[in-house]
Write a protein that binds this ligand. Structure first.
Ligand code: F6R
Length: 609
């Protein structure tokens, strides 16, 4: 949550910072601001409440010359989204400006102590504490002041600071919040995520926790909390800038829905060797280790959790061992009975979700092996895990996860199958036939996307319904959950995802002719049971929209609308059935005039517990 940027180089900083913030706006849009160090050594700061359009308007009337600056787009934690709580924050003297992402957990005590020593606070934020701490320790060396200040801080932070007395220097640091450096000839960018500077450079340097970054006339330097210096190599990222642009689509979300074929293809590309055999890049599990596994625990939040439910089903089916699925925000607070012999699979698009990271750390501490499945290269979760498997969905800018969800699910097939093969619990014939069909899924996804127009029509019919119920069984169950989550987060319509068999144990009481039911009813082993559920729904006069297999007239005859997906194997249907539900949520939200890329109250990455 919150996006931060910094720039130093030969160009004017204002527009570069603003462009960087635009690309990070998915991280928060409660308020925004930038600060540029002017040629005569002043800090020019501009802040505005609301999203970046508001900041842009204010900036229009503001000349901000200078080639070094910092910027921030905020998702409010401590303090309401007001201008005084917007970043950058200044110290008392107005010499030092900071932007911060994370939570300073001991800020109440620090603020009290700083106030007693004469510091005056101008905001309600925890972040402002950092500006005052740097001020207290500043003796001309900005990086040293930051290092000393941070030694008093508990919590998580990515922080970038500038000081008018050190006009050519930018400093930063991180702990459990991301901060990455972009390097171009004569220029440096600092940001929460790579898309902030992807149009300018692909050469990046990832900072580790508790490292202090200083970029000045002598170039880039990294120092540790004990004051010693470390060297770090840069790397090249594979993402290209087109993947972070709307490319003619009205919204990022729609573009990302339509990118799913490519996202899944790219994700699968490094899961097979040249002979077409599964070779999971990133997973280093021997046959003996796989056979000795006691159980697998899958942890994740939100949409990634729904991919985790599918993972459980597949791992049980092919790995033939106990698999538990856990919501990360519950998991790490318990007295865990996790031990050596357990494999924890953590799923996260961002690799930054605080609860999933905390779960990874807790599980490793107890002796479990941790494999994470992550989309963002270089993210914290990957570094905290034993193995990292990447989805290669490219940057996802829309706040609602779409292409990263299908990519996460796509990883689960070769992953569960390879664990099954290592354990000797699945045959190579089954593996070959599933993997062959898996490779045909991207082109089938394209067929599903073709009926976007039909989904839009249906969305128009149901746009004013205040409640929806989504039902699915077996492999349809995680998709029902995901369909409901998509609808509620972008259209603000109440929706429940439920295992269809549970409907009679409560939710059926909600049904009447004003509550549409979205049923996942493909031709599979639970098809007849789903038809029974649909009949029960119809008997209560609720309209039914069903996701079915192509040519299914039986269901078409009893439902108000159907979205047909191509025939595939039962286990693979989730990769197809979720697409019409993403489109349904999208079109309903658009009919209602919602901002689908920036739904209210949400941020793309949840870096607080
Ligand atoms: C929903 C959504 C969220 C995320 C959740 C986990 O569309 O995007 O529910 O899935 O915040 O985020 P990651 O996958 O980054 O750990």
């Amino acid at each position: 949550m919150c996006g931060i940027v910094g720039y130093t180089g030969g160009k004017q900083a204002k527009s570069i910072l603003f462009e960087g913030l635009r690309r990070l706006e998915y991280r928060g849009y409660d308020s925004a601001g930038i600060c540029v160090v002017s040629p005569d050594g002043e800090l020019d700061c501009v802040r505005a409440v609301g999203n970046l359009d508001n900041l842009e308007k204010v900036l229009e009337g503001f000349d901000m010359p200078g080639t070094l600056g910092i910027g921030h787009t905020r998702w409010a934690t401590h303090g309401a989204p007001t201008e005084s709580n917007a970043h950058p924050h200044l110290d008392c003297s107005g010499d030092i400006a900071i932007v911060h992402n994370g939570i300073i957990e001991n800020f109440t005590r620090l603020r009290h102590e700083l106030s007693e020593r004469g510091h005056t606070f101008k905001s309600d934020t925890d972040s402002e504490t950092l500006a005052h701490l740097i001020e207290e320790h500043y003796r001309g060396d900005l990086a040293e002041a930051l290092r000393k200040g941070l030694s008093q801080v508990e919590g998580s932070f990515a922080v970038v600071a500038a000081c008018r007395k050190n006009p050519g220097e930018i400093v930063g640091a991180r702990r459990n919040s991301p901060l990455v450096v972009g390097i171009a000839p004569g220029e440096y960018y600092v940001a929460s995520a790579v898309p902030a500077f992807l149009s300018r450079t692909r050469t990046v340097l990832f900072l580790d926790d508790d490292e202090i970054l200083s970029i000045g006339s002598e170039g880039l330097k990294i120092i540790l909390m004990d004051g010693s210096e470390v060297q770090r190599d840069s790397a090249e990222v594979g993402w290209d800038i087109d993947s972070a642009e709307k490319g003619g689509y009205e919204d990022f979300m729609l573009k990302e829905i339509f990118e799913q074929k490519k996202a899944v293809e790219d994700t699968l590309a490094d899961k097979f060797n040249s002979r077409g055999e599964i070779e999971m890049e990133g997973l280093d599990l021997s046959g003996e280790e796989a056979r000795n596994l006691r159980r697998i625990i899958v942890v994740a939040c939100g949409t990634s959790y729904h991919a985790g439910i599918l993972a459980k089903f597949l791992l049980e089916k092919w790995g033939c061992l106990p698999v538990e699925i856990e919501i990360a925000s519950e998991f790490h607070f318990r007295d865990l009975a996790v031990a050596k012999g357990d494999l924890v699979i953590a799923i996260s698009q961002s690799g930054e979700t605080a609860d999933t990271i905390a779960s990874v750390k807790a599980a490793r501490k107890l002796g479990a092996r941790v494999t994470s499945i992550v989309n963002v290269v270089g993210s914290q979760m990957g570094r905290d895990s034993d193995d990292v498997i990447y989805t290669h969905a490219g940057p996802e800018i829309g706040v609602a996860a779409t292409k990263t969800f299908t990519s996460q699910m796509a990883v689960m097939y070769p992953l569960a199958m390879s664990i099954g093969l290592l354990r000797g619990t699945v045959s190579s014939e089954i593996c070959d036939s599933v993997m062959k069909e898996l490779r045909s899924i991207p082109s089938k996804m394209e067929n599903v996307l073709d009926f976007d127009g039909t989904v839009r029509e249906v969305a128009g019919k149901f746009q004013n319904c205040p409640d929806f119920l989504y039902l699915g069984r077996s492999f349809g169950y995680p998709i029902a959950m995901e369909g409901a989550l998509k609808l509620k987060e972008i259209s603000y319509i109440h929706a429940e995802g439920y295992p269809a068999g549970e409907m009679k144990h409560g939710p059926i009481a909600l049904l009447d002719d004003g509550v549409p039911v979205v049923a996942i009813a493909t031709r599979d082993s639970v098809y007849d049971k789903m038809i029974n559920n649909i009949e029960e729904v119809k008997a209560r006069k609720a309209p039914v929209v069903a996701v079915t297999t192509v040519g299914d007239t039986r269901i078409a005859d009893i439902c108000e609308a159907v979205f047909e997906v191509p025939e595939t194997m039962e286990v693979l249907y989730p990769l197809l059935t979720v697409i019409p539900l993403q489109l349904l949520a999208y079109h309903i939200a658009k009919f209602k005039g919602c901002n689908v890329d920036q739904p209210r109250n949400l941020a793309k990455t949840v870096t607080v517990e």
